[in-house]
Write a protein that binds this ligand. Structure first.
Ligand code: ADP
Length: 666
């Protein structure tokens, strides 16, 4: 077994690998860029080597730097994690030349599976079911149209070098084929420096289901069952689960056996994943094989009880697989939610900045038997930088049934406290609340269909609202009681604490009366008694207990004198006032947000790359006004209506904050 390994990655996956290596008694070396000097993976590793500036092209993507770091520290093997160098055949080759073991497959398997056309040919030859289509490079749009007609509409045009959802276009008719051919080719050229595209049948209402493989260098290969990853936004996974609620035993076995056949055909070693799309009749088709550890591997670990990183390390060290296909079962159900630094109510724009509070839910087994796991590389006080993937954490739950795992996920999301950066917890909570999700009726169009106009946040339903109002009233009563105990008050003039309050939310008053009990209080709200049970110290930011018999985790924030209580992804702002103060509050004018419709505001923090108009110029709706670059992406801002430019507030090259004025119209 290796004595020391280097992890050529950062963030949660570097931490994840270090944890297992440490448990196995293997020393670990982290690498880091300027931006990651204080990162968690650096702190967790036994040693750390600085490899360059923040941009990954100058640090995490430099094979030479990684090899140098191995030589400097005496690391015998490299775990690449996912992304970065994990699927670069040239990196494997360079490691081999330097006598360092790659904890992953052999270089020829990476090469063979790295190209969509080539891998599809190999899969077909190995007897794997592939999407009907044309396995050649398309020359021009005329050929594209001819082939699309042969395959039958709709079709998908795909970049052979594609990845990350880039270079893919769906076409429903001949006109769209010509357009799609051109844009997929362009995108492939600019993203992958390789403009080869091919065409296959577009499977409507598909589900994304993938098979986890594990193989050793002695010719043994097994499948660890499937994961379903149909909940995607723009072809990027958001929620994953294992097993799939859709597969029957026969389909599972057929997919597993075909995947193993493919692994054997390329003499695969290590962990790998064969991705399929599955149509509504359970026909399944090979998409691609990923020759690395996947982001969503934890759900497989939860249902099989295996540690995939440990097995990857053992196999890389030459050990035989310690199990056969018959040893692998499906135990319970597991879900994973990807917690991202983004603004779901602003079109999912990425968010960056300092994480001022980071309190993930408690890991481990809960009283009800469910298990919570958090894989993360973030810590309180750390920063989410613009240089890397904006993932904050992966939240994983396990329970005996899918319903219980979903309940555990909802509750764990309620208890996940993140402040300082935007995050998608409310969106993830909303997904868990969808009946269609509960029913397991998933397709890759789920998010697009369930949120046709985007995500606009959640509001608590009436029951949840009443429970939160009761809780806020109890909190207020506790604060008032403490204030009444402050020393130095005039003797014999003890302060009386009110017990009758008005809980005010959305400009509506709800009279409330608090009766304290041993373990909480009874709050009478609108003539109804709500029993609140659960401890709370003043200043505590998470309350866990039950209200009216409903178990709840509620996040507690203060905004001025208001209580902001968040549950189920929905926040309620409550003012708890005396009856007189509530009467007066009714008389207060409402502060309306200023009218910003005459401004073009920056939708995100970023760099103003260009301004396309001049002061005094008349613009038409849809016309380009400015370009803002953020997270390495250029965003074109267009006029929403016809108008005239009155003033330009920001100059090219300016670094913009969110909502900063760029252009003012007449
Ligand atoms: P990438 O390598 O860019 O991630 P994939 O080939 O893995 O691309 O496809 C990503 C996603 O695109 C799939 O999960 C699926 O949702 C969708 N997709 C790909 N090919 C097809 C197809 N032929 N029909 C329908 N959907 C597809």
């Amino acid at each position: 077994m290796f004595k020391k390994i280097l992890i050529a990655n950062r963030g949660e996956i570097a931490c994840r690998v270090i944890k297992t290596a440490r448990r196995m008694g293997i020393k670990t070396v982290a690498v880091y860029s300027d931006a990651d000097a204080g990162a968690l993976h650096v702190e967790m590793a036994d040693e750390a080597v600085h490899i360059g500036p923040a941009p990954s092209a100058q640090s995490y993507l430099l094979a030479d730097k990684i090899i140098e770091a191995c030589q400097k520290t005496g690391a015998e093997a490299v775990h690449p994690g996912y992304g970065f160098l994990s699927e670069k055949a040239a990196f494997c080759e360079a490691l081999k030349a330097a006598g360092i073991t790659f904890i992953g497959p052999d270089v020829h398997a990476i090469g063979a599976m790295g190209d969509k056309i080539e891998s599809k040919k190999l899969a077909k030859a190995a007897g794997v079911s592939t999407v009907p289509g044309y396995l050649g490079v398309i020359k021009d749009d005329e050929e594209a149209i001819r082939i699309a007609r042969e395959i039958g509409f709709p079709v998908m045009i795909k970049a052979s070098a594609g990845g990350g959802g880039k270079g893919m276009r769906v076409a429903w008719n001949e006109g769209e084929v010509a357009d799609g051919f051109r844009s997929a080719t362009n995108e492939a050229r600019s993203s992958f420096a390789d403009d080869r595209v091919f065409i296959e049948k577009y499977i409507t209402e598909p589900r994304h289901i993938e098979i986890q493989l594990l193989a050793d260098s002695h010719g043994n290969a097994v499948y660890l069952n499937e994961r379903e990853c149909s909940i995607q936004r723009r072809h990027q996974k958001v929620i994953e689960e294992a097993p799939s609620p859709f597969l029957d035993e026969a389909t599972r076995r057929a997919m597993g056996e075909q995947s193993v056949a493919l692994a054997k055909a390329v003499q695969y070693r290590s962990a790998g994943t064969v991705e399929f799309i599955v149509d509504k009749d359970r026909n399944f088709y090979f998409l691609e094989m990923n020759t690395r550890l996947q982001v969503e591997h934890p759900v497989t670990e939860m249902i099989t009880g295996l540690d995939l990183v440990e097995l990857m390390i053992r196999v890389a060290a030459g050990e035989k697989l310690p199990l056969t296909q018959a040893d692998i079962g499906i135990h319970g159900w597991s879900l994973e939610a990807r917690v991202y630094a983004e603004e779901p109510t602003r079109g999912f724009l990425p968010s960056t900045g300092r994480v001022t509070r980071y309190r993930p839910p408690v890991e481990g087994k809960r009283d009800d038997g469910a298990i919570v796991r958090v894989d993360t590389g973030v810590y309180e006080g750390g920063e989410i930088s613009m240089y890397y993937d904006p993932m904050i954490a992966k939240l994983i739950t396990w329970a005996p049934t899918r319903d219980a795992a979903t309940d555990a996920m909802s509750d764990a999301l309620d208890g996940f406290q993140i402040r300082g950066v935007g995050h998608n917890i409310s969106f993830l909570a909303s997904l868990m609340q969808k009946q269609r999700f509960r029913d397991g009726r998933l397709t890759t169009n789920f998010i697009a269909e369930e949120y046709p106009d985007g995500f606009h946040g959640l509001t608590p339903d009436e029951g949840a609202r009443d429970r939160l109002l009761a809780l806020a009233t109890l909190f207020q009563q506790r604060v008032a009681a403490r204030d009444g105990m402050v020393s130095g008050q005039v003797p014999a003039h003890g302060r009386r604490t009110a017990r009758d309050w008005v809980a005010r939310a959305d400009r509506t008053n709800h009279p409330a009366h608090v009766t304290l009990t041993d373990d909480g209080a009874t709050v009478t709200l609108g003539g109804r008694d709500l029993t609140v049970i659960g401890p709370w110290e003043i200043g505590q930011s998470l309350w866990q207990g039950s209200i009216d018999g409903v178990a709840m985790s509620v996040q507690v924030d203060r905004k001025g004198l208001s209580w902001v209580l968040t549950h189920g992804g929905a926040a309620l702002v409550v003012d708890v006032l005396t009856a007189r103060a509530a009467e007066l509050a009714d008389l207060m004018p409402v502060k309306l947000p200023p009218d910003m419709s005459k401004y073009l505001l920056s939708p995100m923090p970023g760099l103003l790359v260009s301004v396309a108009v001049k002061e005094g110029e008349a613009v038409k709706a849809g016309q380009e006004l400015a370009v803002v670059e953020a997270m390495k992406m250029e965003n074109i801002l267009r006029a929403e209506a016809d108008g005239t430019v009155k003033k330009i507030h920001a100059a090219k090259g300016a670094s913009l904050s969110v909502d900063e004025k760029i252009i003012e119209f007449d």
